[in-house]
Design a protein around this ligand. Structure first.
Ligand code: ZN
Length: 373
């Protein structure tokens, strides 16, 4: 099947007219992992919408891929790819992003902000690894390596600053340098609660008890923290991470239980987004994106069986969405029946979906909005 792509280009650096004059060009210079992976998914014959950024902000012409990915000869180091593009036709009338998005077939083509040559595909997946802490670093590392072997080279790592009061993660130098290395490879560090566990309260309602104890096994730390306490914990986490050379942009509450106060605190602590089981929210614009995550419950045999059946159905249901989320908890890895299904899902998405991080995904959504207005 033919795919559609959108390349965004500053006309001052390489315009549509340059492509027409050249007749064909080597699309080199991409130095962004997401864009590179997209290049590698391009097949001869795929159509490419050529978008002029800057003043024009419109699709000017349609090109096609005349040669699939090969090593980028302009790269002096690293593992980068290029493709060859040729013009197919100029558009008599320039087409705006708004119009592109209103075409059903094209509505999910995103843009990537990059000054030189860059490519964007349509469908994304964010895989998040939850509850990362010094105590499970080896396990987390194994999971990350297996994901890499399955073609997933970036994910969002949800790091707990002081997991169950076991000690500050940022005091563990080996752990911090491991995170920093991952961050430099494109992985994202996300603040995931502070202690992760929820303090008991004397005045809990039955619903509170159900949600926080049974459903989440007492891990709903931010379920009902008041604003001051939430702000304190989030700010401490942010500052500890930053002082360690990490750059957290998002906050995700343990068990995704985030009250209104907690959300306000995350926003006031200057964090850019949060996620819940069914949504991702841009804390700056307030915009909420529906996107249900696949997640497993592995604490007992029956939960594992139910999780597996439920997620098989959920995956089919979500498969055609432009944006997919898959949340992994370290214990998932220890249950072959669960881990096997996760790898199968990833395998099924290979070649059709680009792995990214929440941070990158949010940045892209903002860009779509910017360009439209
Ligand atoms: Zn968690």
């Amino acid at each position: 099947m033919k795919n559609y792509w959108l390349v965004k280009q500053e006309p001052s650096s390489y315009a549509w007219s340059d492509l027409l004059a050249d007749g064909e060009t080597e699309w080199t210079g991409v130095r962004n992992y997401t864009a590179r992976n997209n290049l590698r998914r391009m097949r001869e014959g795929d159509e490419v919408l050529f978008y002029h950024s800057g003043e024009e902000k419109a699709v000017i012409g349609i090109a096609k891929v005349v040669r699939g990915a090969y090593p980028d000869s302009t790269a002096t180091e690293g593992d980068w790819s290029a493709v060859d593009l040729a013009p197919t036709k100029s558009l008599r009338r320039q087409v705006t992003l708004r119009e592109i998005k209103s075409a059903p077939r094209l509505k999910n083509i995103p843009l990537i902000r990059q000054s030189r040559l860059s490519v964007a595909a349509r469908d994304f997946i964010v895989i998040s690894l939850h509850d990362v802490a010094p105590a499970n670093r080896d396990l987390a590392d194994k999971i990350i390596s297996e994901l890499v072997r399955s073609g997933v080279r970036v994910c969002s790592l949800l790091v707990v600053p002081d997991y169950h009061h076991q000690g500050l993660a940022t005091k563990d130098r080996a752990f911090v340098s491991w995170l920093r290395d991952l961050e430099s490879e494109g992985y994202e560090i996300v603040i995931h609660g502070y202690f992760h566990e929820r303090p008991r309260r004397p005045d809990e309602t039955l619903r509170d008890k159900f949600l926080t104890r049974l459903y989440t096994h007492n891990e709903g730390e931010f379920y009902d923290l008041d604003y001051e306490e939430a702000l304190q914990r989030i700010t401490n986490a942010r500052d500890e991470f930053r002082a360690s050379g990490l750059t957290p942009r998002g906050f995700v509450a343990p068990a995704w239980l985030l009250g209104e106060e907690g959300e306000r605190a995350a926003r006031d602590a200057d964090l850019e987004y949060t996620t819940r089981l069914r949504t991702v929210r841009d804390l700056r614009s307030g915009e909420e994106f529906p996107a249900r995550s696949i997640v497993y419950s592995v604490r007992s045999n029956w939960r594992r069986a139910v999780s597996r059946a439920w997620n098989a159905a959920l995956f089919q249901f979500l498969e055609n969405n432009a944006f997919l989320r898959l949340s992994i908890h370290p214990p998932d890895y220890s249950h072959p029946i669960i881990w096997g299904q996760i790898l199968r899902f990833i395998d099924m998405m290979n070649g059709t979906r680009t792995p990214t991080t929440y941070r990158e995904w949010i940045a892209e959504q903002r860009l779509m909005v910017d360009r439209e207005t």
